[in-house]
Ligand binder design. Sequence first.
Ligand code: ZN
Length: 336
Amino acid sequence: MSIIQIIAICYAALICIGLPFIIKAHKKDKNIAFEVIAIVFMPLVLLIGGFLLFKTWMQKDKALPVPKKIRNFIKPDSVSVNGQIMSLAEYNIKYNKTLTLKDVYGAKYADTIDENDIRSEESFRTLKVSDDVGSFIDTEFLKIFGEAFLKRDFSNVENLISEDATMVIYDRKTIVGAKNIVDYWKDWLLRCDNDKVIVECEVKKCKWFSLPALQISPKGYVNLYVILEIHNGLITNIMDIPNPIGSIAVGGPDLDWDRLEISRIRNKLSEAIDSKPNHISCIDCSATSETLKWYRVELPMGIHGYVGDISVCPHCDKIVEFIPEIRLRYEEPIPF
Ligand SMILES: [Zn+2]
């Protein structure tokens, strides 16, 4: 609702409440000026307020041209929907429409836009594969996973998962069994579709583990990384990890960082803490997060540093996970 609409509504309300008192007061003086003003202007104000409300209601969920003053700063195929800016393709997917730029802006604007600048609906439904992902069995499995996500058809995926496979939903729970795992994702996608959340998928390299991962990006929410453990040609464990781990506000190390080396931080580990279930397993030996060693740690990294929890595999002597919880700022930089 715009400022003008709010002012008009408030104005109408004030007149409605205040006018009877004013009229009553002026009747005593036999002055009819206010009655005249009320009769002439009050319906007009109410009409304007009503019209603006009706206009707001009519424009709900409609794709409108982006205001001219911000068009130079955004992509030319953008539209404004309920005050939010999104591409027209995204709008068409979310609201199940088939509008063109011409429908929203008119031919005069649409004809000036280069076709290459118009994102297609297909581009949101196409699995992206990064060049640096490498050729692993994980890559092929993740491509099938990603396609299943985008097509909402998991019939090919269920056969790739071991009957007794596990899936760790980060910091929440562990699901057991191929059917339960597939049902979880079907339900997850159904909720996204019901809430009109667009989900994009990309097979990319998770730098932290130097492994291929499926990045699932629900628009407006934190990205997820899906990482697989595969044995004898079947998926035995799936990890569903938010990226970044921990709060976005804290920032710092995430799964797109190079993995920290234990040799560089061993002397910074302080007291051991309770192990955390439903966290990341050791990628090298499959030890679950409950069986890893967990520590509180402060990691200076120059002028900034992080305090958080870290897990170390006792079998492989490697860092598995770091969860930054507090961001520090030092007076003088402390090298890592
Ligand atoms: Zn290990």
